[in-house]
Design a protein around this ligand. Structure first.
Ligand code: MLT
Length: 334
């Protein structure tokens, strides 16, 4: 084979570079032209196990968003380490709009809880918009001895060395609520971590763990079916989906108040035009009556349109990182 001259090598290398750029564009989900976005299915990373509250909220909005965008939003559960594994994978994805992250309050607590976080929640992402803010409920296995929330508080304080509490890893919503509860009760129980409160619920219903604090999107069905014992809801007022459930404040624990806000994110370098397309589709989904009804049945509701925007989402994230940084840093939640 005759050796190629310098001009031929240069042309070959340029062609190769061109080919690799084209392949990169194709491999990143069907094309890099923001004006034509989306041209392929979109992966939505849920950083907790299937069947849990984050997964449930994601699948609720994924369906109408898919319809609006004309492609499938394909949910991928990437669980572990309180949601930081999935968030890290999303941060490192191609910034082409074909990888989206659904995450919650854990996006704001991770910086204070993980020294070696693989991402910065602010600089490694662009927020797409807020989705919903979900109340939490304190629930126990159905044969747990205490009957009322006051009884539960006394029982846990007197039996902290034997009581077990499920959560979904450091920085997860169930972990945060548990920390607030232990702080208020002045005791530490044995924490049992899971990759999500989906599997935690399975073991709670099975009686393998004593109690947990989890979102109504995962607990409402089990509470109304009598599969678990419910003690309180962590919102200032009672909620329509569980009208007989007293608030933590009614039970003498007003400091145990927390709701779990959720939002969608894309990698930081994603073009603004792509973000706008996703934000528009999210707002259509949140106005969808089926989504409104599903959320109402599970104790929550879509955020307002002005909250389902990158600006509102960025402002809340910044405020929450500061707030939880103080709480956790002060040792109250750490
Ligand atoms: C889940 O989806 O499993 C929960 O959001 C985990 C948690 O944050 O407690």
């Amino acid at each position: 084979m005759t050796p190629a001259g310098p001009r031929k090598v240069a042309a070959y290398l340029a062609a190769l570079a061109g080919l690799s750029l084209t392949l990169a564009a194709c491999s990143s989900g069907g094309g890099g032209d923001p004006a034509a976005y989306p041209e392929d299915d979109i992966e939505v990373i849920v950083p907790f196990s299937a069947g849990g509250p984050t997964d449930t909220v994601t699948r609720m909005v994924a369906e109408p968003m898919s319809e609006e965008l004309g492609v499938q939003l394909v949910v991928q559960n990437v669980d572990g380490a309180g949601g930081t594994v999935g968030a890290g994978q999303a941060a490192a994805a191609d910034p082409d709009g074909y990888t989206v992250l659904m995450h919650h309050i854990g996006m704001s607590t991770a910086p204070a809880l993980y020294d070696d976080l693989a991402y910065d929640p602010v600089t490694d992402f662009k927020p797409v918009g807020l989705v919903t803010e979900v109340p939490m409920t304190i629930i126990a296995r159905s044969d747990f001895e205490p009957e009322t929330f006051e009884d539960f508080v006394t029982y846990v304080q007197e039996n902290a060395d034997t009581v077990t509490m499920a959560h979904a890893g450091d920085g997860s919503a169930s972990n945060l609520c548990g920390l607030l509860l232990m702080d208020a009760l002045g005791v530490q129980v044995t924490a049992v971590p899971y990759d999500g409160t989906g599997p935690a619920m399975t073991e709670l219903v099975g009686g393998q763990v004593d109690f947990m604090c989890d979102q109504t999107t995962n607990t409402t069905g089990q509470i109304t079916a009598g599969e678990v014992k419910a003690y309180a809801v962590t919102t200032p007022e009672r909620i329509e989906a569980l009208p007989d459930l007293p608030t933590t404040a009614e039970g003498g624990q007003p400091d145990v108040e927390v709701s779990v806000w959720h939002g969608l994110y894309v990698p930081a370098e994603t073009p603004d035009e792509v973000v706008s397309t996703l934000t528009d589709a999210l707002q259509v989904a949140l106005a969808d009556q089926a989504v409104i009804d599903q959320m109402a049945d599970l104790g929550t509701a879509p955020v307002s349109e002005d909250q389902a925007t990158p600006e509102a989402h960025a402002a809340l994230l910044e405020e929450q990182i500061a707030t939880w940084g103080e709480i956790i840093g002060a040792g109250q939640g750490g």
